[in-house]
Design a binder for this molecule. Structure first.
Ligand code: CDM
Ligand code: ATP
Length: 268
């Protein structure tokens, strides 16, 4: 059985407060982008994980696909499986690729072994694997609260707009990025802006709190954001903790550049 885990971008991101467990409460809107990995799961005699495509740092045993399998196996006594992952989504890009692979592994195992887990139950397992993993259980635009795992519906349509997604060749550590941000509760809410202010105005009001410190250490990301605006983007922003950055355009646009990783029409 095969699945195609997409990635996500964050439309605005407020880091609200540091929590006693070391994580931060945030407010963001997750939006799925059809730049996909491929995960295939087949029953096997012994459990194994086989990766291809972009190299993933760390041992295979630490891969989130295997962690997702182990999480369900501990409760549902699952048989051995072979998990094949073809990696397309860049790593350390703020695109949530690893989280998406994990969520889609849960979804595939649910189908393959007829576990009859509901969306809410799958989201519960996903939360244990990563802060933005639960979003990928449904892959539709959502407001993300708490660590990013509390999901609420949002009124938003970018259907017909065109997106350009760039990934400069720099790596940003998520944990380091959180350390560089000063949390604040006194900011306009991302939800209010997205639901009530026209897209054309977002560039004046919608922010990603990670940009200030991440741009200081990686000026190429700021440069790319400026380039997106210079080529006509209505709104441009870094995704998550970086290093990818996206621009939303009114019309299809042939962006030229080596670090272009995806462009296309938005459908949601
Ligand atoms: C930046 C975002 O991409 C925004 O969507 C996500 O918050 C990142 O989520 P993620 O990569 O799934 O993060 P996790 O693997 O859960 O956490 C990595 C590290 O980031 C920090 N972290 C993460 C999420 C959060 N709400 N607060 C944090 O402080 C913690 O130090 C944590 O150890
Ligand atoms: N299936 C996987 N794909 C990618 N990374 C994985 C996977 N499994 C485990 N990892 C580990 O997770 C780390 C980063 O994952 P990912 O690509 O999701 O980060 P990211 O792009 O910074 O996304 P975000 O911070 O938005 O979650 C890597 O250092 C990698 O070792």
């Amino acid at each position: 059985m095969v699945s195609f885990p997409p990635c996500k971008i964050n439309l605005g991101l407020n880091v609200i407060e540091k929590r006693s467990d070391g994580y931060h409460n945030l407010e963001t809107v997750f939006y799925p982008i059809p730049l996909n990995d491929i995960v295939e799961i087949i029953p096997a005699n012994t459990t194994q994980f086989i990766a291809s495509g972009i190299a993933i740092p760390g041992e295979n045993s630490t891969n989130l696909c295997l962690k997702a399998y182990e999480l369900l196996r501990s409760t549902y006594n699952l048989p051995a499986v072979e998990i094949r992952l073809h990696k397309v989504i860049p790593i350390g890009a703020g695109l949530g690729g690893g989280s998406s692979d994990a969520a889609h592994t849960l979804r595939l195992l649910n189908q393959l072994f007829n576990l009859q887990l509901s969306i809410v139950q799958l989201e519960g397992y996903a939360q244990q694997l990563g802060s933005d993993c639960a979003f990928f259980i449904e892959d539709k635009p959502m407001l993300g609260l708490g660590r990013g795992e509390i999901l609420e519906p949002i009124q938003l349509s970018l259907k017909g707009k065109f997106l350009v997604l760039l990934k400069p060749n720099v790596h940003v550590s998520t944990a380091e990025a959180y350390k560089g941000v000063k949390p604040s509760t006194a900011k306009p809410r991302v939800k209010d802006i997205i639901e009530n202010i026209p897209l054309q105005e977002w560039k004046h009001v919608l922010e990603n709190d990670f940009e200030t410190s991440v741009f200081q250490s990686h000026s190429i990301i700021r440069k790319y954001k400026e380039e997106l605006y210079a080529t006509g983007a209505i709104y441009a922003c870094m995704s998550g903790s970086g290093s990818s950055v996206f621009g939303i355009y009114e019309k299809p646009f042939d962006f030229k550049g080596n670090d272009l990783i995806w462009s296309g029409l938005l459908t949601q």
